[in-house]
Design a protein around this ligand. Sequence first.
Ligand SMILES: Cc1cc2nc3c(=O)[nH]c(=O)nc-3n(C[C@H](O)[C@H](O)[C@H](O)COP(=O)(O)OP(=O)(O)OC[C@H]3O[C@@H](n4cnc5c(N)ncnc54)[C@H](O)[C@@H]3O)c2cc1C
Length: 314
Amino acid sequence: MPSALVFFNELSDVPSKAQRELLTLASRFDQSTLAVASEVSQDAQNVVANYGLSKLLVAPSQGDIFVDHALSVLEAAVKQSASDVVLVANDNFNREVAARMAVRLDGAVITDAIDVATDLVVTKDELAGSYSAQAQSTGGTLFVSVKPNSIDDDPQSSGQQLEVQNLAIQSATAAQVRVVATEAKAVSDRPKLTEARVVVAGGRGVNGDFGPVEDLADALAGAVGASRAATDAGWITHDAQIGQTGVTVSPQLFISAGISGAIQQKAGMQTSKCIVAINKDVDAPVFEIADFGIVGDLSKVLPQAAEEIRRRQA
Ligand SMILES: Cc1cc2nc3c(=O)[nH]c(=O)nc-3n(C[C@H](O)[C@H](O)[C@H](O)COP(=O)(O)OP(=O)(O)OC[C@H]3O[C@@H](n4cnc5c(N)ncnc54)[C@H](O)[C@@H]3O)c2cc1C
């Protein structure tokens, strides 16, 4: 059976949901290795061991180096582990790493995957989830970026013995791209938009007030998203924008409130498992893809929904 390598640029004590999903996917393979381009704590190692991975390859972070350090670590890890498939997250950073690595090693790259079988057949969404396709590499190491919320997180019950090895990486040269300044984003208690199981999104229909959207999201422990009309209006930050030019989400439950359902918006959410649309216009296009539709004023529907959910939770 082919062997798998998972790559993370960083791994905190509590791995993210997307990272745990990748570890679950790798655990299906007989031989699976994790490579991390920064230090890994004992707590994080214990979590990794619970997924049945046998080996951890680590190289200390080089702080302000941008993608180049990740490339060096991944190249060394691919060569050392001789893995057939490399699994990475589907974000911009990792897709760049996967693409550059595939070019460097004369391999293949498949993005937006939702599953990777142990015979290396990759299932992926096409045209914003309008249909799914199966793809296979015709040669070389295969690099696959996997969309969050595609795999059920499923650690093994008993921790495996994890062999930890340090990778020897050449130190960075002056020619490499360095990060010269970073600005920390305000921390939110809500889950990350791309990883949340529940997303409540508001559009122009919220008319400047995201309060009811945020309140329902909090009642469901979900994340808050938005249409471009809402972010362009400055009612919410641009990183909440879902759609063709925003982020793609695929939660278990997507609640759309006051969003018309333009094709560019649908592109970012139509693979959600269950879509509930609230719109006062019965002819709004969003109802074409909704599993449940509520024709009504969101300023009345959302607070009622939040109240009922809290009453049932009590
Ligand atoms: C190249 C390109 C890329 C784009 N990328 C994106 C993208 O990534 N994401 C994105 O979202 N858009 C994107 N757009 C814009 C997109 O075409 C739409 O203009 C946008 O999605 C509209 O946002 P909206 O549905 O919130 O607003 P509107 O189209 O104005 O719709 C508002 C909806 O709210 C309903 N409504 C109003 N008041 C209430 C109320 N009180 N209660 C219930 N319902 C109410 C209305 O009936 C209406 O259906 C892009 C456009 C282009 C050209």
